[in-house]
Structures are given as structure tokens and as C-alpha cells.
Design a protein around this ligand. Sequence first.
Ligand code: GRF
Length: 208
Amino acid sequence: MLDIVVCVSGGGTNLQAIIDKIANGQIKNARIVGVISNNYGVKSLERAKNAQIEAKVVSPKDFDDREAFNEALLSTVKAFNPGLVVLAGFLVNIPAAFVKEYSGRIINIHPSLIPSFCGKGFYGLKVHEAVLQRGVKVTGATAHFVDDGTDTGPIIFQKAVYVEQGDTPQALQLRVMEQAEWEILPKAIDCFANGKLKIVDGRVIVSE
Ligand code: GRF
């Protein structure tokens, strides 16, 4: 059984997708043992409570400096002793010590087709605003392992989503979540939990 910690910042729709797919058996041999938010009072925390999952808040506001926050974040994760850390809408730069501690065991969901519209400054709605600004016709989402860069780790799954005429950033974000994120992140977790992912020369091989 793979123990998972899910890190969140806001609405938690990706967290909810994971909760639901563990419940309906689409994610096998895995359970969420903890949810960690960097914000108080967000819907993610309600979702964890409703699913009887232990939730902790580690907020930068509660620490004198970034180093203290980073240490508290890592120690809070470690206390759950997870086999996998999932970043689901987690808008925090993961510290190097965290990446090192969980190397090869951190999965992130990014709301674009990496390497487009990713890296510093590309998160949440900003991604979709840039997509619409550039006028691309296809966007999507990427589930990837986290390395010491920003959105640069080995790609596990991607799914394309069409941009539609008249899309607002909000409408596009919802479509990308519904059609891509909520599908490929749970799929990546299931594959990891059942030993189907291998990294060869920096690229992910998925076995059936
Ligand atoms: C989504 O756009 C997700 O791709 C990004 O954060 C946003 C909110 O995700 N990583 P959630 O609803 O909190 O899961």
C-alpha cells in the first residue's frame, strides 16, 4: 500500500479527483495519509476533512523567514512517512532539500503542455491567460516528476485540450482541469503505486 501526502494551496479539485478515484478503485494500492496546505481556510482543507484525511497547514505567515518555513514544510511531510508526495495545485517553490529527500517520489500537475507555458511565473490562471494571449489552439496538462528545476522534471503523462473561440481564462482553466488534470494526475499516481513507471535517460517509460 502506497502512502501519499498531497500538498495543496487552494480549491483542491485535483485533491478531490484523487480522493474520488481511490474510492472508486481507479487508483489501486494507494491511500492519502495526509494533506498539507500552505494556506488557511481553503476548500482543500474542507475536502480533506470530509474524506476523514488528516490535514495540516504550514503557512509562510507563521515563520520568521523562508528557511524556517522550508524546514517546517519538510518535517511536516516527513512525519507522514509518505512513499509519494503529490503537488496538486501547490503554489510553493519546493526547496532543494525537499526535492533531495523525495527524489523520484514527487509528482506535480501543471496546467499546460510542458515545455510550453511553464517555468517561473507560470502558475494557476496565469498559464491560461498566457495561452489565450499567444492564441494557441491546443493546450492541456502535464503530470511530471519534480526535479530541482521549475516544471522541468521527467514527464509522465500529458493530455491535450482544445482552446475554444471566446474562451476566458477561467473557462479554459476549468476545461483543462475537467478534461486533463483530473484524469492524468490520478493515472500517474496509480501507475506509480503499482510499479509501472521507470525513468530511463531522464524519460519516463510506462509499463502495462
Ligand atoms: C489548477 O489550475 C492546477 O492546474 C494548478 O492549480 C490550479 C488549482 O488546482 N496546479 P486545484 O483546484 O487546487 O487542484
